[in-house]
Ligand binder design. Sequence first.
Ligand SMILES: *[C@@H]1O[C@H](CO)[C@@H](O)[C@H](O)[C@H]1NC(C)=O
Ligand SMILES: *[C@@H]1O[C@H](CO)[C@@H](O)[C@H](O)[C@H]1NC(C)=O
Ligand SMILES: *[C@@H]1O[C@H](CO)[C@@H](O)[C@H](O)[C@H]1NC(C)=O
Ligand SMILES: *[C@@H]1O[C@H](CO)[C@@H](O)[C@H](O)[C@H]1NC(C)=O
Ligand SMILES: [Zn+2]
Length: 487
Amino acid sequence: MAWKGRPSFPLWLFVFLTLSSVSDSHPQPDRFLNSPSAVRAASSRAVKRASDTAVEVAGYADVAKRIIELAVVGAAQNRSYSRLADFTDTIGNRVSGSQNLDMAIKYMFNAMRQDGLDVHLEQVKIPHWVRGKESAEMIMPRNKSLAILGLGSSVGTPPEGIEAEVVVVQSFEELKRRASEATGRIVVFNQPFVSYGETVAYRAYGASEAAKVGAVATLIRSVAPFSINSPHTGWQDYQDGVKRIPTACITIEDAELMWRLAQRRQKIVVQLKMEAKTLPDVDSFNTVAEIRGWQHPEQVVLLSGHLDSWDVGQGAMDDGGGAMISWEALSLIKDLGLRPRRTLRTVLWTAEEQGGVGAQQYFNLHKVNVSNFDLVMESDMGTFTPVGLQFTGSEAARKVMEEVVKLLAPINTTKLEKSGEGTDISPWMQAGVPGASLHVGDSRYFWFHHSEGDTMTVQNPRDMDLCSALWAVVAYVVADLQDMLPR
Ligand SMILES: *[C@@H]1O[C@H](CO)[C@@H](O)[C@H](O)[C@H]1NC(C)=O
Ligand SMILES: *[C@@H]1O[C@H](CO)[C@@H](O)[C@H](O)[C@H]1NC(C)=O
Ligand SMILES: *[C@@H]1O[C@H](CO)[C@@H](O)[C@H](O)[C@H]1NC(C)=O
Ligand SMILES: *[C@@H]1O[C@H](CO)[C@@H](O)[C@H](O)[C@H]1NC(C)=O
Ligand SMILES: [Zn+2]
C-alpha cells in the first residue's frame, strides 16, 4: 500500500501505451463438467428476489468447501507461501524502475504460464527514482548517526551534504506558528501516529510545507505505530512551484530524541547527505493472468495485488502476499477443474508505490469496457489471518455479497464489512464498479511497512492459505452467478 489520496502526476500518466499482448492458448480441459454452473445455466432469468439470490448462492456451498479444503488442508496447503518465498528469496525487493522489478515480472509471467494460466503483459511507463548513498549525522549536542531512508521522488543534497540547525515540530500547525524559525533550518517532524491514512500526510507533504517557510531539508518521523529503530520509506509529493528540498524519514526513536533535546532548549545540528535522483521514466508491465469465462468471457472479475515494492526488505508483505494469493486463487480454481461463466482475471500491478501508476494506465486503457467489470478485488493490507471482506457497492450488490461470504463459514471469515479499498482498484470503484478488499485482523502491518522489516519472516503459511481460500471462493462464485452484481 502506498497511501490514500490522489497524488498529482505529470504528463506521462496520460500517455496511452500500446498493448503488447503475448497471450497464449493452452488446452482447456472440459472444466465445467463438474461445475454447478452447468446445472444452473438453464435456469430462468426472471427478475430475482432476494430469496432467489440466497438460494442460488447457497448452491455453491459444496464448491466453496472444495476450494477451502484444497487450499487449507489439501494438496495446495502452504503453496502460496512457498511461491512467495521462492519469489522474494530469488528476486528480493522490486522498486519501480529497477532491474529487480523487470526480473520479477519475467519470473511471474513464466511461473503463471507454467501453472497453465493464460498470461500476458501490458506495457506501461513508470517512474525511475534511485536512492543512492545516504546518511545523516547529528553533530550537536552530541554525535549520533541517524538511521534514515530517503523518500521516493526526493532530490539529493549537494555532494558535500547539508549541515544545518534543526527545528522540531509536531504538526503542520506548529510549523506555521514557528515559520520564522524554520528559515535555513532542517525541519524535523515529530508528528504522533494517529492512523496511516491521516499521518501519512506528513510524509507526503512535509517537504513542500517546510520549503514554503524556508527550510533547507526535512527529516520526517516514520509513519508507523511501533518501531525498533527502523526507518520506513514511501512516496512523497512535491508541490508545483515550491522549492524541492531533500526529504527522508527517520526513526520514531530519533524523532522523539530530537524533540526532547529541543524541549530542553539544546541546539541540534544535523549533517545530511543524499545522492537521490530521478531518472527518465522507464517501460514496465502489468502482468495479467486469466481463466476465461465459458459463457460471458468479456465480463470480468478482477483480482489483484501489486508486484513492485520499496527498495528495502523483501516486499514480502507489501505486496508479495497480495500478488501471490491473487495468483493462487486462480490456481485453486483451475486445479479443481472449475471454470466460471465470466472471466477471472488476476492483475499484478506495477509501480503501485508511486501512487498506483500501472493501475491508472490500466484503467485508462480498459475503461471503455467498464460496464463489463463485475467486481474488482485488491489485497494490499497484508495476508495475515483474514477476518472478512471489505466491500463497496450498491445496497443490492451488498445483499448478494452478504450471501457469498456465508460460504466462508468453514474458515470463519463470514464478515462483510464496509469500505472496500485499494489504490489500484479505486479508479474502477470511482467509476461505479463494486470493489472488495481483503480484511486481515492484524495491526502489525504498519510495523513492517516500507521498511527493512518487510521480509518472509512476517508471513505465515496457514494465514496465506486462508486468504487464498477466501479470495478464490469470492472470485469464483461472483464470476459464476447468473447475473453480474447490480450497480
Ligand atoms: C505446511 O506448513 C506447516 C507449518 O510450517 C507444516 O507444519 C506443514 O507440514 C506444511 N504442510 C505441507 C503439506 O507441507
Ligand atoms: C564528533 O564527530 C566529529 C566528526 O564528525 C569529530 O570531529 C568529533 O571529535 C566528534 N566529537 C566527539 C565528542 O566524539
Ligand atoms: C473491450 O472488450 C471487448 C470485448 O470483450 C474486447 O474485444 C476489447 O479488446 C476490450 N477492449 C479493451 C481496451 O480492453
Ligand atoms: C471466528 O472469528 C471471530 C472474530 O472474527 C472470533 O471471535 C471467533 O472466536 C472465531 N471462531 C472460531 C471458531 O475460530
Ligand atoms: Zn502495497
